[in-house]
Design a protein around this ligand. Structure first.
Ligand code: FAD
Length: 491
């Protein structure tokens, strides 16, 4: 007779012992990582479970690596423009493995910094895949196959999203690149086809073109970044045309054949006409899918929305008591700074407060060169909502620092509420726009009249000083106006 120890059928699989925590976090994105450090530093017992990344997407495969590579591409563009700056070069070349190495070094440094913060605060980082097995209880599987059971008095789900892959015939078989692969390229694609003209597609398009790739951007809408105001889309289109990036709009992709990295062909229907596009590499950037499958959410009482995101109220509470979300998986706007604000919302509510996500101002920046930065209402939104506004708009040429830098492309514009003089929207398409927008945002938060910015003494010559030119210009509801007034700017 076989002993119970050697008979597989008789083997008793023991559940790992239940470990109790004040807070268990599934998915370690930026906001939830800050939550872990903050609560642990206050003396709470906190565990963060992530299957792959210390710090989630932002420092590893999204914001920071993409901005790192975009900056290398900017340097390449300066090399191309070197004569304009009076510098003669005897040719130059792009070494993509060197570009990648700089990015990898930055990521390693960020990972070390994150681990150091874990050590300092006492939060526990567990590299494992997790799923719910009961309310507020997770089973996590480590790389060596061992499992642990963690129960939190509170649990935060922060598993984020991943690149969506549309059900297009041949697309999956073509093994397209996602942003994760594109950030790891060690060669310049000869001809990169990009499906999707939103943030990710547009940022990569310009960067790869600047490294020397031929680039074609394919989008189903009638313009790139289609939700932006018309003048913004036009400026972006002009930029892409000037940099010889092909844009194919109003398309429906019928089928894809070939393999990314070798050769790819895409057949599209463009306004009823069939067109064939060919390239060597294919990048998909057509939106995001929430990471909610396989999480055992049904065992925890956590419900989903029709779109597959975790259902939350404005306090970021899920349908299960004691379970919260931070970041994209709960349907929050897809930016790192929003995930950090989600942390603040959850923190306040866990501490007995009542902070909500509604009515928060969400700025954003598209990191093309020049950048496109926006906060508050766009003209399109103001018109749709029938909000009367005065428009202030000046070309970047009005900014003398921009002239000194030879970076005069673009414009900035602000919407000022007709009645109150308060700034209700700002868009900058120009050098440094993402940086100087913060000044406008603070004025908006403080409810200052636009004249407070107009009359401020700002350092000369800075890009932010251009805000004086903007708010000194003659307001109009109809497009570009002359710059006037006593400010130091080009009239
Ligand atoms: C190419 C690109 C560029 C971007 N650039 C910017 C930018 O410039 N500025 C900006 O504000 N935003 C940018 N974003 C968006 C930004 O990265 C995200 O909004 C931000 O990272 C917040 O994500 P999150 O916290 O919701 O999830 P994430 O940071 O994605 O974290 C989710 C984590 O959950 C883990 N996980 C998932 N399932 C499990 C599981 N079952 N078990 C354990 N772990 C799991 C994943 O490994 C991941 O680490 C960019 C995105 C992309 C794709």
């Amino acid at each position: 007779m076989k002993s119970a120890e050697t008979s597989p059928s008789a083997r008793v699989v023991e559940k790992p012992q239940l470990e109790e925590y004040d807070l268990v976090i599934l998915g370690g994105g930026t906001g939830s990582t800050v939550a872990a450090w903050t609560f642990a530093a206050e003396g709470k017992r906190v565990a963060v479970v992530d299957r792959k990344y210390i710090g989630g997407s932002c420092p590893n495969i999204a914001c920071l690596p993409s901005k790192n590579i975009i900056h290398s591409a900017k340097i390449a563009s300066y090399f191309r423009r070197s004569r304009e700056f009076g510098i003669t070069l005897d040719g130059f070349s792009i070494d993509m493995s060197g570009v990648r190495e700089r990015k990898r070094k930055m990521v390693t440094g960020l990972n070390e910094m994150y681990l150091e913060n874990y050590r300092k605060t006492g939060a526990e980082f567990i590299l494992a895949t997790g799923r719910f097995v009961a309310p507020r209880t997770l089973e996590v599987t480590l790389a060596d196959g061992t499992t642990r059971r963690l129960r939190g008095e509170n649990v935060i789900v922060s598993t984020g999203t991943r690149a969506a892959l549309d059900a297009i015939p041949g697309l999956a078989e073509a093994q397209p690149l996602t942003h994760i692969d594109a950030l790891e390229l060690d060669e310049v694609p000869e001809h990169l086809l990009i499906i999707g003209g939103g943030y990710v597609g547009v940022e990569f398009a310009q960067a790869m073109r600047r490294f020397g790739s031929k680039v074609t951007v394919i989008d189903r809408n009638h313009r790139l970044m289609s939700r932006e105001d018309e003048d913004v889309c036009e400026a972006l289109r002009d930029l892409f045309e000037d940099e010889n990036i092909e844009i194919v709009l109003n398309t429906r992709i019928k089928r894809v054949s070939g393999k990314s990295g070798e050769s790819v062909t895409i057949v599209v229907d463009q306004n009823g006409t069939e067109k064939t596009l060919a390239g060597t590499h294919l990048l998909v950037a057509t939106g995001r899918t929430p990471n909610t499958e396989g999480l055992g959410l049904e065992l925890a009482g956590v419900e989903l929305t029709d779109r597959g995101y975790i259902k939350v109220n404005e306090r970021l509470q899920t349908t299960a008591p004691g379970v919260w979300t931070i970041g994209e998986v709960g349907g929050s706007p897809q930016f790192t700074h929003v995930s950090v604000d989600d942390f603040r919302v959850v923190q306040a509510n866990l501490n007995g407060g009542n902070r909500v996500t509604t009515a928060r101002q969400v700025p954003y920046c598209l990191f093309t060169d020049p950048e496109l930065a926006h906060i508050g209402l766009s003209e399109t939104q103001a018109k749709a909502q029938k909000i009367p506004y005065r428009l202030f708009k000046v070309p970047m040429e009005a900014n003398l620092r921009a002239r000194a830098l030879s970076e005069t492309r673009g414009f900035m514009k602000a919407l000022v509420e007709a009645e109150s003089d308060r700034i209700i929207g700002f868009t900058g398409f120009g050098a440094g726009a993402g940086e100087f927008m913060a000044a406008v945002q603070i004025a908006m938060i403080a409810g200052l009249p636009y004249s407070a910015m107009r009359d401020a003494v700002l350092t000369h010559p800075t890009l932010a000083e251009g805000l004086i030119a903007l708010f000194s210009s003659a307001a109009s509801a109809h497009g570009v106006v002359e710059t006037r007034g006593p400010q130091i700017s080009a009239a």
